[in-house]
Design a protein around this ligand. Structure first.
Ligand SMILES: O=C(O)CCC(=O)C(=O)O
Length: 277
């Protein structure tokens, strides 16, 4: 299969938020917005600098060492619960004061609101890993199938914490897919990504753009952009990322659709957590 690498980086390679003059700032902002609206995703290289990344990493380490051992299974997913090194996903991290305050971080909110085009609010922070030596892929999906927001004015900001490439399971997007509505989804048996697109085929795969990132780089995707990731094939490297979902103030949840989704997800997670323990 041909792989399309996301390489068009010249304009987007900047430190965010950098002190720019007003003209440069508006050129960059309009380019980022244009790409996001056209493709349904945009990469921001070097989004966090060294100190900001270190602060986030230090708090993630603290959270994983001190808080995670006491969390209920619904907030911390393991590939194999008997092996702590297989921790693969954390959600509802806002119960910790650092991560609750982080939802209001200025750089993240500025970028989210630039792309969403209206005031927006961050949902709880999440952490994703693909630990080495585990067979765990991310099924092709659209986030708004899970969120059920109308309009779908919602974006995920996903920050690389490790060098991320094809070997350890980088994200892959189908450009423009957010313009084509929600595709059919069904149960996947993947803990944390309980629903995947059922008719994802070879034609979709040829359109995928492969997103390689370094720590501190960030990708933003629209809630209806199709994306997926392979399993981590590296025997030694983790594939960690930190994410926050921002929802525009105009979004309303379709409660009937959401209840259908949460019932299916809960049934599936209960079965899988039971199987894994
Ligand atoms: O980390 C991953 O593999 C997938 C993340 C994702 O799909 C998301 O945040 O929407």
């Amino acid at each position: 299969m041909d792989v399309v690498l996301y390489e068009d980086v010249a304009v987007l390679c900047w430190i965010w938020p950098k002190k720019l003059n007003r003209r440069e700032d508006s050129v960059i902002s309009s380019d980022v917005k244009q790409r996001y609206h056209r493709d349904g995703f945009v990469v921001v290289y070097k989004f966090l600098d060294g100190d900001q990344l270190q602060l986030l990493n230090a708090n993630l380490d603290r959270y994983i060492n001190e808080i995670v051992p006491n969390l209920p299974p619904s907030d911390a997913f393991y590939q194999d619960r008997s092996r702590p090194e297989t921790l693969k996903q954390l959600q509802h991290m806002g119960q910790d004061s650092f991560f609750d305050a982080y939802r209001r971080n200025e750089s993240w909110n500025q970028l989210a609101e630039l792309l969403i085009g209206e005031p927006a609010e961050a949902q709880g922070a999440e952490w994703f890993n693909k630990p080495p030596g585990t067979e765990h892929l991310t099924p092709a999906h659209q986030d708004n199938y899970y969120f059920c927001l109308r309009p779908a004015n919602v974006a995920t900001l996903w920050l690389a914490l490790d060098p991320i490439d094809e070997e350890n399971g980088c994200l892959r997007y189908i450009p423009g897919s957010h313009h084509q509505g929600i595709r059919p989804h069904a149960a996947t048996k993947v803990l944390g990504f309980s629903q995947g697109i059922t008719d994802y085929g070879a034609d979709d795969a040829t359109k995928e753009q492969v997103i390689a990132l370094e720590p501190g780089d960030l990708v933003v995707h629209h809630g209806e952009t199709i994306h997926r990731a392979d399993a981590n094939r590296s025997p030694t490297r983790n594939r960690r990322a930190f994410a926050m979902v921002f929802r525009g103030v105009s979004c309303r949840r379709d409660e009937t659709a959401y209840e259908r989704y949460t019932d299916a997800m809960q049934r599936q997670h209960d079965e899988m957590i039971q199987e894994a323990s």
